[in-house]
Write a protein that binds this ligand. Structure first.
Ligand SMILES: C[S@@+](CC[C@H](N)C(=O)[O-])C[C@H]1O[C@@H](n2cnc3c(N)ncnc32)[C@H](O)[C@@H]1O
Ligand SMILES: [Zn+2]
Length: 354
């Protein structure tokens, strides 16, 4: 129902101000929001008595935004509609009769005619991160008995100051209470102190922390470095991925460069669904196990489920894999590469290893 549509004879328009505590963007045309508002408390208390005290619906109602040209057309103000926004809206509540016919106590619905976002948790958000909670949000949320199970999970991007909400993020852009804010403050403090410790340990590290890519990109970056250093052709003779874990590094080698590898790690290799899809491997046909001596590295990911240590190096299968590869790599291998005397194992010079 948009502003331009006339009201029916028995409909009256009501106004509400409150905090959006959950959002469900159902389609381009329709969006549902749960609003927590002080002005709703009396009405909903009466309702709860009607239904018996099954669930407290105090202070909350559901907003339905519907517009033929898209619900975003109805949102006014300088900010987008997000979870945690303070909004002022007017519209028509469903009738008491319709409401009473419901079997379960449900939130009353308002069909919105106008909605203005008065304030947003994105206001004054710094470039480098950090969040700002509107002073109203916590109070209204508490008075409306908002529990964590009622609302969406917190948007971590918002917490970092990086959520560019353009009406597409449905996660929560506010803290439920001081306890939750305290938890996130503690996390921030922890990561800052870790950064200080890191800079003390790596005092001669010439790179700034801010210039470094995130840990999640390290496998792909390492693969780029390997290709730049050794060349694809050399790598295609075979890479042994010591302590390869779930298989991230091996995945990038194969997917981006067609380089076959053998993961030596007792842990099962677990490629993600999207990785398997990109490699064209079905769920049933996971990574093959190396079960006999092999000198060739086919363009696949294979797995040798074993620790690499002085004893296992004597094993025939392990020996054949180590001696036939072109490069032996280990990313965060829990120090295993340091304890091994690799030249003895593979019969090559130590300088050939990373
Ligand atoms: C910190 S994880 C690193 C996983 C992966 N390379 C990465 O960077 O995300 C360490 C891995 O080393 C493996 N590992 C520890 N000691 C090993 C050894 N002696 N031989 C082979 N793998 C070992 C563990 O099973 C574990 O999967
Ligand atoms: Zn967000």
């Amino acid at each position: 129902m948009s502003e331009s549509e006339p009201l029916a004879v028995n409909q009256t328009e009501e106004e509400l101000e409150g905090v959006v505590v959950s959002l469900r963007k159902s389609s381009r045309k329709m969006c549902f929001a749960t609003l927590c508002s002080k002005s709703l408390q009396v009405t909903s208390r009466e309702r709860t008595e009607d239904f018996g005290e099954k669930e407290s619906l105090d202070g909350k109602c559901q907003l339905l935004l519907y517009h033929d040209e898209g619900w975003k057309q109805m949102v006014q103000g300088d900010f987008s509609l997000c979870c945690g926004a303070v909004v002022h809206c007017s519209g028509v509540f469903e009738s008491q009769e319709q409401d009473r016919m419901k079997k379960e106590p449900r939130l009353r619905s308002m069909l919105v005619r106008r909605l203005r976002v008065v304030d947003s948790p994105h206001r004054e958000m710094s470039e480098s991160g950090g969040v700002r909670q509107h002073p109203l949000v916590e109070r209204i949320a508490r008075e409306g008995h908002v529990r964590s199970c009622d609302v969406q999970p917190l948007c971590k991007q918002w917490w970092r100051g990086a959520c560019k909400d353009d009406g597409t993020c449905s996660r929560r852009h506010f803290f439920l209470d001081e306890a939750e804010q305290g938890k996130y403050d503690a996390l921030k403090n922890k990561s800052e102190s870790m950064r200080t410790i890191e800079s003390l340990i790596n005092a001669d590290d010439p790179f700034l922390h801010a210039d470094k890519a995130s840990r999640s990109k390290s496998d792909a970056l390492f693969v780029d470095w390997l290709v730049g250093t050794f060349g694809e052709e050399e790598l295609r003779r075979g890479v042994v991925d010591v302590a390869g874990g779930k298989g991230e590094l091996s995945f990038f080698l194969l997917h981006r460069h067609g380089v076959g590898s053998c993961i030596v790690d007792p842990r099962p290799v677990r490629l993600t669904k999207s990785q398997r899809k990109r490699l064209g491997i079905s769920a049933a046909h996971q990574v093959s196990q190396v079960e006999e001596k092999s000198e060739k590295f086919p363009p696949t990911i294979r797995h040798l489920a074993s620790y690499l240590n002085d004893q296992t190096c004597e094993d025939e299968i392990m020996k054949s894999v180590l001696q036939s590869c072109s490069v032996l790599v280990g990313m965060h291998p829990d120090q295993v590469m340091k304890t091994l005397h690799l030249p003895d194992v593979t019969g090559r010079k130590a300088t050939e290893y990373i």
